[in-house]
Design a protein around this ligand. Structure first.
Ligand code: GDP
Ligand code: MN
Length: 378
């Protein structure tokens, strides 16, 4: 789950990371009022769950409350990378001397958290990572020992941070680590962490990703989820306990089991197809869940064919078949559907579906090829 900038920064500040004074507004007049309260220059920041807001024109500095109102009106009317802006953060503007990058994420290969920093922070950090990766320092954090003071000092030295800032930088790095650890984050990032002209370190931007599988023990964070910002299909999928991720291809996939779902996607690609989604309906899925999954898959206008790959173990194939048929009654799909069913009650399931004019397949390779051909014909 992604947190908004304002949510991330509020969390960071609980762990001692300095952030600018500011508040969120949903209307331009509220933005103006906040600007009046703050006095002086403010920055109006679109709150959408994508990166690159600055480059998209979603971050603007206003010299006074009137300009804050004008800019907020403009930004609140924007759509950034497909997401409508519904809120803006109005922060005291900072006078920036330098922008630093500081982030912590999981290094899956090393099975450890990794802290990264660069003196070349700001909106071009992806460019820095791609073209001059040597400008980014990366240090693994031992999950049992936590971030050590010497590691924070090593980072400060690497990014040529003047000595005067080392103590504060150490506190900020440690605060970010604590925020990452305590909230089961998979990413905690400050970009930019700035040195201001009046010589303070301040986190101007904040980004956090929380591990969905850990949300059950963070009800306070779960409540922060912004449903307005989420693809409706993903909200719907969560409601039914389905693991769903939308992708860019045109072959919808409904599979039971995450490993089997990935295999199905791989094999579609092998035969020249592109999956439209990852969807794991889970073990023991009944008709209702299957119907929900079908609705979700077909709500994507890119979908030109659907591949069902069901391995019946706990999930019974005839039960899935009945679910598919019930869903077809309801959804009335217009795209071809290819089904591969094996395992418990497969014969019965396949018969039910063949009677309903679905394309059946014996093997996954056969099913994938039929699905690719059906999508290409459409
Ligand atoms: P992002 O583009 O989504 O990462 O949004 P950021 O919050 O990082 O803002 C993008 C850029 O806007 C920053 O790298 C800064 O250069 C600039 N910016 C953000 N806040 C301020 C501010 O208070 N004052 C000034 N002068 N620039 C700011
Ligand atoms: Mn940023």
């Amino acid at each position: 789950m992604k947190l908004h900038e304002y949510q991330s920064k509020q969390l960071f500040s609980k762990y001692g990371v300095p952030i600018p004074k500011g508040r969120v507004a949903a209307t331009a007049s509220e933005a103006k009022q906040i600007a009046e309260e703050l006095g002086g220059r403010v920055v109006i920041k679109s709150q959408v769950l994508v990166g690159g807001r600055g480059k998209a024109g979603g971050i603007k500095v206003a010299k006074d409350p009137n300009e804050a109102e004008t800019l907020a009106t403009h930004i609140l009317a924007m759509t950034i990378k497909g997401l409508p802006v519904r809120k803006v953060l109005v922060d005291e503007a900072a006078d920036i001397a330098q922008e630093i990058y500081l982030g912590i994420t999981n290094d899956r290969a090393a099975k450890k958290p990794i802290i990264m920093a660069s003196a070349a922070g700001g909106v071009d950090i992806e460019e820095v990572a791609a073209t001059t990766p040597e400008k980014i320092v990366k240090i693994h954090v031992d999950p049992l020992l936590g971030l050590r003071d010497y590691q924070a000092r090593d980072i400060a030295a690497f990014i040529d941070l003047p000595r005067d800032y080392w103590r504060d930088f150490g506190r900020i790095a440690n605060g970010l680590w604590q925020a990452y650890l305590a909230n089961d984050a998979t990413l905690a990032e400050i970009n930019p962490l700035v040195i201001t002209r009046d010589k303070r370190l301040v986190a101007l931007d904040g980004k956090m990703l929380i591990d969905d599988n850990a949300l059950f023990r963070h009800s306070d964070l779960a409540e922060m989820r912004d449903l307005d910002e989420e693809a409706p299909a993903e909200t719907e999928a969560r409601k039914y306990g389905l693991s769903f991720i939308k992708l860019d291809g045109n072959i919808g996939c409904m599979v039971n089991g995450a490993g089997l779902a990935m295999t199905s996607m791989d094999i579609l690609k092998l035969f020249g197809g592109e999956p439209a989604n990852f969807l794991d309906i889970g073990g023991g899925a009944g008709a209702e869940k299957v119907a929900a999954a079908m609705r979700i898959i077909l709500s994507d206008p890119n979908v030109k064919a659907v591949l069902y790959n069901i391995f019946g173990g706990i999930t019974r194939c005839d039960e899935v078949a009945r679910g598919i048929l019930a869903a077809m009654e309801e959804v009335k799909p217009k795209v071809p559907m290819v089904v591969r069913l094996v395992g418990t009650n497969a014969e019965e399931g396949r018969q039910l579906l063949a009677d309903a004019n679905m394309i059946t397949a014996e093997t996954l390779a056969d099913a994938a090829q039929k699905a690719v051909a059906a999508a290409q014909a459409a």
